[in-house]
Ligand binder design. Structure first.
Ligand SMILES: [Zn+2]
Ligand SMILES: [Zn+2]
Length: 177
């Protein structure tokens, strides 16, 4: 996935890509992604705006993920819609001042390019990795697993809660005597 500056005609280019998750090496690497899976292709819409040698890119990433709920441990589908914003600047020439300038640019989140060619794959992969929720829930009111018996509270009440309540009540009753 790359765009050459000569394709940004009149300073503006809009592009749409449909990517296979396997195009991004880290997205299909279990050591990086853990339980996160990708269902079908990743859609990428980008707009490139060039002014002088700087290219600003904005747009949107969309993907369907499979995640494991942090509370009930079931797998569920998650629609990822993530805005993208990146700034590409020409790679510095090989001298000391340029090296310092390059470090400044990296700190500002600018992505260096060379040979008039913007390499999109790794920056987009980074954006995707950062967009995945760290502790996702299958729903905001997921009841989770019962700490007593491990049953999934979303499926059926297991009765443990009632027992807990009764035993507390029993203690109270004893205290009252
Ligand atoms: Zn859940
Ligand atoms: Zn239970």
């Amino acid at each position: 996935m790359r765009v050459e500056l000569k394709h940004i005609k009149g300073g503006l280019l809009e592009q749409e890509y449909t990517c296979d998750p396997a195009d991004f090496p880290d997205l299909v690497n279990p050591a990086v992604q853990g339980d996160v899976g990708y269902q079908g292709p990743i859609s990428v819409r980008l707009r490139f705006r060039q002014s002088a040698r700087m290219v600003e890119v904005d747009g949107c990433l969309e993907a369907t993920l499979t995640l494991v709920c942090g509370r009930c441990l079931t797998t569920f589908e998650y629609e990822l819609v993530e805005p993208v914003a990146m700034t590409f600047v020409p790679e510095a020439e090989e001298d000391e001042a340029a090296e310092e300038r390059e470090i400044d640019q990296l700190e500002l989140g600018m992505i260096p390019y060379r040979d008039d060619c913007l390499e999109l794959l790794i920056p987009l992969q980074e954006q995707l990795l950062m967009a995945v929720p760290i502790r996702a829930l299958c729903s905001s009111d997921c009841k989770g697993l019962c700490p007593e018996c491990g049953a999934d509270g979303n499926l059926a009440a297991c009765g443990c809660e009632k027992k807990l309540f009764n035993s507390k009540f029993g203690v109270l009753a004893k205290l009252k005597k």
